[in-house]
Design a protein around this ligand. Sequence first.
Ligand code: MN
Length: 278
Amino acid sequence: MKILLTNDDGIHAPGLWAAARVLRQVGQVFVVAPDREQSGVGASLTLHAPVRARRVTVDPQLSGGEGFGHPVEVYAVEGTPADSCILALEQLVGAVDLVVSGINAGSNLGWDVMVSGTVGAAVQGYVRGYPTIAISVGGVENPQFDAAARLLQLLAGRLFPSGAPGPDQGSPSNNLFLNVNVPNQPLTGIAGVRITTLGSRSYGETIRIEGNGARQRYWISRNRLIATNPEQGTDLWALRNNYASITPLQATLGHQEHVPAVEALLEGIAAQLLVHDD
Ligand code: MN
């Protein structure tokens, strides 16, 4: 089993290596990740500049030590999380059995998935037909990765128990796209695991002004909690109640229920559009 592991916190992030240590007990791990912190870049791609990727040797202790599990091959990419995933699957690694993005320091709940680099990278695995897991813990300060890593190991082992058919051979779990969020707690502090729906807006932005006059600059922070009373059954609700949350995702924004409203809006507009003055 070949596993692509990427993230948006960068190649040096502890959460990436917490994931690498458990995944190499399930299969051969290829780490292809940005060379620096890229949180919040969403699904963005580098299309107007070349992207460098270099093979790096990492301290074996980071990935669990020599002779521990399957081998790990590592590339640092001078680009976005989505660049990393695309480069890996199209060029550096090729086809894999599973794509994992994380473990991110900080939750990715509700509409966070729209700006999340963790999910933005994962989308590139999903659209190529691979089973894909985006995984995060609910703490940026002092993130605790043990519970998330354990859950990731169990999920990866079940997606492809040894000898099971891969994604192209009609596995029943073919191309699941899971957004996993785990409370920032030790294992003993986790209440359980819930399958959830994607909640709504979790955090809003605040702007801090620095300097004045021509030197004035703005800092944008996503630190204003909006989901203070999240709907039961959502990912926001699960984390609030100390449950690990697993939300199945798909990549669509289409809103079929709004078709009648748009039809009413467009009444007669084609005739207006096509009136010529000549
Ligand atoms: Mn991040």
